[in-house]
Design a binder for this molecule. Structure first.
Ligand code: DGY
Length: 319
């Protein structure tokens, strides 16, 4: 029986499936493991299941010890994991791509509608309990039909967001480091353009790149300055891809019409310059937060652990 450590509460039957084959230490809590608790929880682990709140660095790996074979991240993004430190120790890393594509794309397009139709502001107005009346000029937003969405990072979630946008009557621009799937480009009737051109032409810019050295502050002051003053920015990828100081400056100067952010540069802290703005919709990193999706993520993480401990190739390794 191998030692599997599950560091956070998981939905569904993933933990039971692990228990059926291995000895499992299950930490039935949502918060990250405090460093002081690591030695007891992690020591001797052969597999560790972690969620995004955990930073898996050299100290974390050392607390697990030399038997560790796999770190299974319950997320598609893995910027919380020091891949070099894992490689140095011969530890495999797995993630959960695919199963959260639709949920995240749904949320991205929800943010597009929330910002363009001023839904956060409208809801706050009703909840404030004050009087309101129907009026021809009351809370006017803008329509998405006939506008262009620019997808920065046309991987599976970016393309799924583009499909939703197309269904709402938007045209699609795509920009990314690697060429998008030609069949998807044709299906969407999309134009593949350089990032600079996308920023200049899009009415909505939706960010879907992973966080890494080349994408940190990809949307910096210079990039934001290329956007139309009527355009809005949506980020459901990772907060640090957007320079939030620059975003606040652009919004304050009226050089951008609004933003919808599910992710934040310094989570869980939200930039104070964003909190009071009516033209910004702020969510607490819930892109994949549906019962079905989170259950599928936990199951896929368990599948990865079970495969590695059985000496098989895991379904979704991080290469
Ligand atoms: C991910 O999977 O990377 C999301 O940010 C959380 O589900």
């Amino acid at each position: 029986m191998a030692g599997v450590v599950v560091t956070s509460r998981l939905p569904g039957t993933a933990v039971e499936r692990l228990r059926a084959e291995h000895e499992v230490r299950y930490r039935d809590e949502d918060s990250p493991v405090p460093p002081a608790d690591r030695p007891v929880l992690l020591a001797g682990a052969e597999a560790v299941v972690v969620t995004l709140g955990h930073r898996v660095d050299a100290a974390f790996l050392d607390a697990c010890g030399p038997d560790l074979k796999v770190v299974a991240n319950v997320a598609v993004g893995y910027d919380n994991i020091d891949l070099d430190a894992c490689r140095e120790r011969g530890v495999l890393v797995t993630n959960t791509p695919g199963v959260l594509t639709d949920a995240t794309a749904d949320l991205a397009f929800s943010l597009v509608l929330m910002v363009t139709r001023r839904l956060g502001e409208a809801e706050r107005e009703v909840r404030a309990g004050g009087p309101w009346t129907f009026g021809m000029f009351h809370l006017l937003g803008t329509s998405v039909q006939g506008k262009a969405i620019g997808i920065v990072g046309p991987g599976s979630i970016g393309l799924a967001t583009a499909r939703r946008a197309k269904a709402f009557g938007m045209s699609v621009l795509l920009a990314g480091r690697s060429a998008p799937d030609p069949a998807a480009v044709a299906e969407l009737g999309a134009e593949v353009v350089p990032l600079e051109e996308l920023l200049e032409r899009a009415d909505v810019v939706s960010v879907h790149v992973p966080l890494g050295p080349t994408t940190r502050h990809l949307l910096d002051a210079g990039a934001l300055a290329r956007m139309k003053p009527t355009a809005v920015l949506v980020n459901t990828a990772r907060g640090p891809v957007v320079d939030e100081d620059a975003l606040v400056a652009a919004l304050e100067a009226g050089r951008l019409a609004g933003a919808g952010l599910d992710v934040h540069e310094h989570e869980p802290r939200v930039h104070p310059g964003l909190l009071a703005r009516e033209d910004v919709v702020l969510l607490p990193h819930i892109g994949s937060a549906t019962v079905e999706t989170r259950t599928a993520m936990a199951d896929l993480a368990a599948d990865n652990v079970l495969a590695v401990l059985a000496g098989r190739e895991p379904p979704t390794p991080v290469r």
